[in-house]
Design a protein around this ligand. Structure first.
Ligand SMILES: [Zn+2]
Ligand SMILES: [Zn+2]
Ligand SMILES: [Zn+2]
Ligand SMILES: [Zn+2]
Ligand SMILES: [Zn+2]
Ligand SMILES: [Zn+2]
Ligand SMILES: [Zn+2]
Length: 401
């Protein structure tokens, strides 16, 4: 029996089941059908029993070992061993292939007007038809092959785009968010109106752009001027008096709030603490006195440091006292927490005052330096004046006298 071999001339490995029945339009006959896939035979093989299969279908059937021919069973022709399909048990049926391949065919895809033979269909049209329905692997939408390019480029909601600026690929739905952080996104300088500054260079640009307006350094103490960088020195020189004034106000304000904060509130708090401690001690005393005459223990919800100093009480009065003790303890805890907060605030303010004092000292030194320079300049002017009047006198003694 001939082993299956590539069937010339149109023999590619048969790697597909049969052709769709639709391609034969009207001239479909049963003898052209594969006994496995029930479509039009592609590279037919004939088994020993005489039944025909696409070579793909036959190989699929026998890939798990010999099988009974289902067509033989169906037609009640089954007999061993002829009806057993097995590897190498079929030969290429070139007569049937030529017959099928010569049949007139049409394209089964809706809208396509292609016509030719089955052979031509397989050789040049199958898989190349513009009207073939395909699935977008990204968004799973169905479309015609000739719409795929447009879909991929412009319509697919899952398509990737390259960022216009940094050229990195991004999913369409992420590209807007990317614009916000793209290092190459073009920014405009508000100062010098320069355009297309890549975001990654923008910080450097405004650091050196002399037209970029930034808030005055003294805005922390209340100067609300914004100045172009090239004019910042002028502003600080012109407004040094105002800046000092603002600083002074600021420091005075802090001083006042510190004074109002520190002594009273802390004192009040510690006084209250002491009172509470006292009443706690009283309560403990009372409870231990009461507890002397009882034995039954009570599930105590008190802090362990206190439970040692008295015996729990079973009576209603005991419970009430315990409750009061609890609430007093909560108050004490709350008060000490607030004390800590206040201390923290005080130390923060102290730090601020230190910093501001230093700043003041620096400003004063600068002012002094200016004054000194001013005096020196005045002296020079005077000397020059004197000199010039002396020289004038020398030149025109008569006129002047
Ligand atoms: Zn088949
Ligand atoms: Zn058979
Ligand atoms: Zn077509
Ligand atoms: Zn898609
Ligand atoms: Zn980008
Ligand atoms: Zn600029
Ligand atoms: Zn200012």
């Amino acid at each position: 029996m001939a082993a299956q071999e590539p069937s010339p001339p149109s023999s590619l490995e048969g790697n597909k089941p049969g052709f769709p029945k639709k391609i034969l339009a009207n001239n479909l006959e049963d003898k052209h059908l594969c006994n496995s896939c029930q479509k039009i035979l592609r590279r037919p093989l004939q088994a020993q029993c005489g039944h025909r299969f696409c070579s793909f279908c036959f190989n699929k059937i026998v890939s798990c070992g010999p099988q009974k021919c289902s067509a033989c069973i169906k037609e009640d022709l089954f007999e061993e061993p002829t009806s057993i399909l097995k590897q190498g048990g079929a030969f290429p049926d070139n007569a049937a292939r030529r017959e099928v391949e010569a049949l007139a065919a049409v394209c089964p895809n809706e809208g396509c007007i292609w016509t030719g033979t089955v052979k031509e269909f397989e050789a040049s049209h199958e898989g190349n038809c513009d009207f073939m329905i395909i699935l977008c692997p990204s968004c799973k939408e169905l479309m015609r092959a000739n719409e795929q390019e447009r879909h991929n480029e412009r319509e697919c909601p899952e398509r990737t785009l390259n960022c216009k600026y940094c050229k990195e690929p991004f999913l369409l739905k992420n590209i807007k968010a990317h614009d916000e952080i793209c290092p190459k996104y073009p920014m405009i300088c508000e100062g010098c109106a320069k355009k297309k500054i890549p975001r990654e260079k923008y910080v450097d640009h405004i650091k050196f752009c002399s037209k970029f307006k930034a808030p005055c350094r003294f805005h922390v103490v209340g100067c609300d001027t914004s100045v172009e960088k090239e004019k910042i020195h002028d502003h600080e020189r012109q407004c040094s008096y105002e800046h000092l004034n603002l600083l002074l106000h600021f420091i005075m304000g802090i001083k006042v709030s510190l004074e109002s904060l520190q002594p009273q509130s802390l004192e009040v708090a510690s006084q209250k603490l002491q009172e509470l401690h006292q009443s706690l001690r009283d309560l403990e005393l009372k409870m231990s006195q009461l507890g002397g005459c009882v034995a039954a223990p009570v599930q105590g919800a008190c802090a362990p440091t206190l439970t040692t100093s008295f015996t729990p009480l079973p009576s209603a009065m005991g419970a009430a006292l315990e409750l009061q003790l609890q609430s007093e303890k909560t108050k004490v805890a709350e008060l000490s927490r607030r004390c800590q907060e206040l201390e923290l605030k005080v130390s923060t303010f102290e730090n601020i005052v230190c910093v501001l004092n230093r700043e003041m000292e620096r400003s004063c030194t600068t002012m002094e330096a200016y004054n000194r320079q001013h005096r020196l300049d005045q002296d020079k002017i005077e000397i020059l004046n004197n000199k010039s009047s002396v020289s004038l006198k020398c030149l025109y003694p008569v006129i002047i006298s």
